[in-house]
Design a binder for this molecule. Sequence first.
Ligand SMILES: Cc1ncc(COP(=O)(O)O)c(C=O)c1O
Length: 341
Amino acid sequence: MYSGFFSDNCAGVLPEIMNSLISENNGFSRPYGHDQTTEEAKKILKKHLGDAEVNFMLTGTGANVALIASVLRPFQGVICTDTAHINVDECGAPERFTSCKLLTVPSYNGKLTPEDITRYSHCSDFEHNVQPAMVSISQATEAGSLYTVDEVKEIARITHENGMYLHMDGARIINAACAMNKTIGQITGELGVDILSLGGTKAGMMFGEAAVFFNKQLAKDFKYIRKQSMQLLSKFRFVAAQFKRMFEDDLWFRAASHANSMAAYLGRELENIEGVKLSSTPEVNAVFAQIPRKAVDEIINEFGFYIWNEKINEIRLMTNFATDKKDIDAFISKLKEIMKK
Ligand SMILES: Cc1ncc(COP(=O)(O)O)c(C=O)c1O
C-alpha cells in the first residue's frame, strides 16, 4: 500500500538534513543546548524570524503546551477553533498540563474570525468564568487554508486590544511562508504574533520543533517550564543541526515548494474527474476532496489516507517534500478506473 498521502510526516528525512545529523555525530560538546551548533542555529534562525528568542523542542504538542504554560495562569483560557490541533489532536495535553481551558469557536475553513476573539468578552472580570487570555491560530490551518497577512494583522490587533496574547501553531509555517513567498518572520512576529510553535518535522527534519518568543518578556521562565514539560533534550545539538541546515540556505523553501506544488497538481487532477468535488483549492500541501463512498472504500486498499469527514465522504491527502508525481498519477489513474465502473 502507498502510505505517502496519510500525512506530511510519512516521508523520511531530507538527504541534506540526514547529512547534517551525520556531520554532527562527531566529537563531544556540552549537553542540554549549551553547545556551538545550537548557538549557530539560533543565529541563522534569527535571520528568518527577526528579533526573537528561540528554544528548541522535541514535538509540536510539547511546543504548544509549554508555550501556553509559560504565558497563562490556570484560571485563564485559550480561544481557538474547534478544529485546532490543540483541541482535537493532543489528547487533552494542553488542558491537562497547563490547567487552562480551551475556549473553542466554530471554524470557518479551519480559521477563526476577528469576531470570534470577542466572543468570550462577557467572561472578563467575572470570577465565575475562565478568563480569556490567549488566542491561538494555526498557520497553515488544519483544513489546509492560509490566513492572509491582513487577517493575521487584524486578529493580532483585536487580540491585543482585548488584553490577550496571540499564539500561532506553526507546525506547517514553512509551507505557509513558502506559499506566501515571505520569510517566516514576515508572517508571524512582524504581524503581531507573540509566540510561535515553529515546526520542523513536517518540513523534512527527522525530529525537532521550536518554541519562539517574539514578545521576549513572556520568555522569562521558559527554561524551567521546558524542563518541567519534559522537552529538554540532553542531545539538543542534533535538533539544532537540523534547523541550521534547513535554514542556512533555501532548503526550507525548496522542500516546501515541492510539497505545495504536488498538492496543487493533485488538486487539479482530482478536479478533472467527474463525480469528485474538491472541498477547496489547495493553498499549501493538503488536498481535501469529496469522493463517492464506494470509490473511497475501494481505493483505500491501495492508497492510504484519512477519511476527514464521514458525513460528506471527504478525504484528506497530504503531500510532502518527497512526494513523487508518479504516485499521484497512479492514484489518479486508479480513481478514474474506479469511477468509470
Ligand atoms: C497543526 C498541528 N499542530 C501541531 C502538530 C504537532 O504534532 P506532534 O506533537 O506530533 O509533533 C501537528 C502534527 O500533526 C499539527 O498538524
